[in-house]
Design a protein around this ligand. Structure first.
Ligand code: DC
Length: 226
């Protein structure tokens, strides 16, 4: 397929604001938005439903091969489907959040989801967010952003997000979960969370969502005009 527009990769640790910013940027440029974390969450949801052990790589891979993971436009968030089931809310629940690092550490899962993500991004005009997009999934992406923010700030943001979704988890627990996920995501053997050498690092701790989106939009416009 001929590539139409740019590939924009946005990576960073949990709750650094990636998905909110990625959505705004995609809307502004009429690009597709792909939340790769939701894909790892979707297979994790399926694994929990099926009662498969989180570390049984062959069984998890077989399960992944048997399902489709689809996105549909929706407000305020894109909808996520596993086959015909709407899992948009289910994949944000604590059981999935606490198991997703184990499932996303399985090499066979990463290989398969990386291939699906490359298919989605092939035609360009895509904003994709995750942990390894600039480093592994789309190494040739024209725009690579690495978003960071302090743990305190990220826990506060997740608290707000959760409140809007009716999920009630204390701030201290959220901080602990974020630190744990950072540790697991950064230390796993395959495709750990790392900043690509050519990525632009943005510390969003004291930036508003719109300031971050504006900054990324500027970078995209510069690349588009080359
Ligand atoms: O962004 P998120 O919190 O929804 O991501 C859920 C988990 O998926 C996160 O703990 C790490 C994993 N993940 C990954 O390993 N690679 C990606 N490209 C995206 C997410």
């Amino acid at each position: 397929m001929e590539k139409q527009g740019l590939q924009v990769a946005i990576d960073g640790p949990a709750s650094a604001g990636k998905s909110t910013v990625a959505k705004i940027v995609a809307t502004r440029f009429h690009y597709i938005y792909c939340d790769t974390g939701a894909m790892y969450r979707a297979i994790t949801w399926k694994v929990l439903q099926a009662g498969v052990a989180l570390d049984d790589e062959a069984a998890v891979k077989q399960l992944l091969d048997s399902i489709t993971i689809r996105f549909e436009p929706g407000e305020p968030t894109q909808k996520v489907f596993v086959d015909q089931t709407d899992v948009t809310l289910a994949i944000r629940q604590p059981d999935v959040t606490n198991s997703v690092s184990a499932v996303s550490a399985l090499p066979a899962v990463r290989q398969e989801l990386t291939a699906r993500q490359r298919d989605i991004a092939d035609a360009g005009k895509i904003v994709m967010d995750g942990r390894d997009i600039g480093s592994t999934v789309l190494p040739d992406a024209e725009v690579k952003i690495f978003l960071v923010a302090s743990v305190d700030e990220r826990a506060q943001r997740r608290l707000k997000d959760n409140a809007a979704k009716g999920i009630d988890t204390p701030l201290a627990t959220l901080k602990h979960e974020i630190e744990e996920r950072d540790r697991k995501d950064s230390t796993r053997k395959v495709s750990p969370l790392t900043q690509a050498a050519d990525a632009i690092r943005l510390d969003t701790t004291s930036m508003s969502i719109n300031q971050v989106a504006d900054k990324i939009a500027e970078i995209i416009k510069e690349k588009e005009s080359l």
